[in-house]
Design a protein around this ligand. Structure first.
Ligand SMILES: *[C@@H]1O[C@H](CO)[C@@H](O)[C@H](O)[C@H]1NC(C)=O
Ligand SMILES: *[C@@H]1O[C@H](CO)[C@@H](O)[C@H](O)[C@H]1NC(C)=O
Ligand SMILES: *[C@@H]1O[C@H](CO)[C@@H](O)[C@H](O)[C@H]1NC(C)=O
Length: 320
């Protein structure tokens, strides 16, 4: 009899724990956030139907304590979160966390736990000023990292250590004064690097050398007047480069000669005056060349184009 009573109590206790948990989840989902299955594309463009918790734009100061255990995508954009101290590692299928437009000023205030399943992390439009060595070591399989539109002035040499699955890195619109080749040491899978809108004084020779799989490089709005001849050395897979809105007075001919697979080249909004004969020589894969726009009109300074400048370029669209 005693045993039976004990068993009944135990079962009742279990049921209570379960229903408390379930009702907590329901409370999170119904009162606070929206929980629904939504289409989700992985960083490599695979389609998924992902259990999504949407807590965007709710004025939150912290994440909900407990989220549904099947959560795959957690959206918490445009809140006021500065600190996270309850880890999310109980969410075994968590593949994306979006904390963009919050109030985070240091990654050491954001403790998400060890998340080997995480593929995509959004931290854009926060107040981060530095990324220290190994600061992302808890996310070893990360494929996309967005830290654009922060205040980053310092990224330590080993900040991206171990991120050898990273495909996409957005560092644009920060306060970086130099690009360090050491950052890229483990990023040999990286396909897209956006690093424009930083006050970078000078691109160095071999600056991007470890990025042997890079497809697209965006160096817009950096006030660059030149790049050294070997700046793009090693970028054998590069297909697209944008120098939009810089201060180049001429086409960086020698540097471009090192990226022979280029298909798309954007030199719009540069004060280029003359196109020389050898400017695009041997760019046999080039499909689209943007050359001239300054403000809304065509480049009034461009006064001379060598008659043979485009002669070896098949099927080319030139935006003039
Ligand atoms: C995680 O995803 C797998 C594969 O889709 C699924 O079988 C499993 O039930 C999910 N785990 C949880 C806790 O939802
Ligand atoms: C965001 O952080 C700044 C300082 O880092 C603080 O002054 C401000 O009150 C915070 N805003 C909110 C909504 O918490
Ligand atoms: C480029 O120069 C302009 C004018 O001096 C300045 O306002 C802007 O902040 C500079 N941009 C960068 C990224 O350094």
């Amino acid at each position: 009899m005693k045993d039976l009573l004990f068993a009944v109590c135990l079962l009742a206790g279990l049921a209570l724990t379960n229903s408390v948990q379930a009702s907590e989840w329901r409370a999170v989902c119904l009162k606070l956030c929206k929980c629904e299955v939504r289409p989700w594309f992985s960083p490599s463009s695979m389609y998924n139907e992902a259990p999504t918790v949407d807590c965007n734009d709710l004025g939150l100061l912290s994440l909900p304590e407990r989220l549904p255990s099947d959560t795959q995508v957690l959206l918490s954009q445009a809140n006021s979160i500065a600190k996270i101290d309850s880890p999310l590692d109980y969410l075994v299928n968590l593949t994306e966390v979006d904390l963009s437009r919050n109030n985070i000023s240091s990654l050491s205030d954001v403790y998400l736990g060890h998340l080997p399943q995480l593929l995509s992390l959004h931290l854009e439009e926060n107040w981060l000023s530095r990324l220290h060595d190994n600061c992302l070591a808890n996310f070893p399989n990360l494929q996309e990292l967005y830290v654009n539109h922060n205040l980053l002035s310092l990224i330590s040499a080993e900040a991206f250590r171990g991120l050898n699955k990273l495909l996409r890195l957005h560092l644009n619109s920060n306060q970086l004064r130099a690009i360090r080749t050491e950052w890229f040491q483990d990023l040999f899978q990286l396909e897209i690097l956006m690093i424009g809108e930083n006050p970078i004084a000078r691109i160095q020779d071999m600056n991007f050398k470890p990025l042997i799989n890079l497809h697209s490089l965006v160096l817009t709005r950096m006030n660059l007047t030149e790049i050294p001849d070997s700046a793009l050395f090693g970028l054998d897979k590069l297909e697209s480069v944008s120098f939009y809105d810089n201060m180049f007075p001429k086409v960086p001919q020698a540097a471009l000669r090192q990226v022979q697979n280029l298909k798309f080249l954007d030199l719009n909004k540069n004060p280029i005056e003359r196109i020389q004969r050898g400017d695009f020589v041997d760019m046999i894969h080039l499909k689209e060349l943007e050359l001239t726009k300054i403000e809304a009109t065509n480049n009034p300074r461009l006064s001379y184009i060598h008659p043979n400048a485009f002669s070896k370029l098949p099927r080319l669209e030139v935006g003039i």
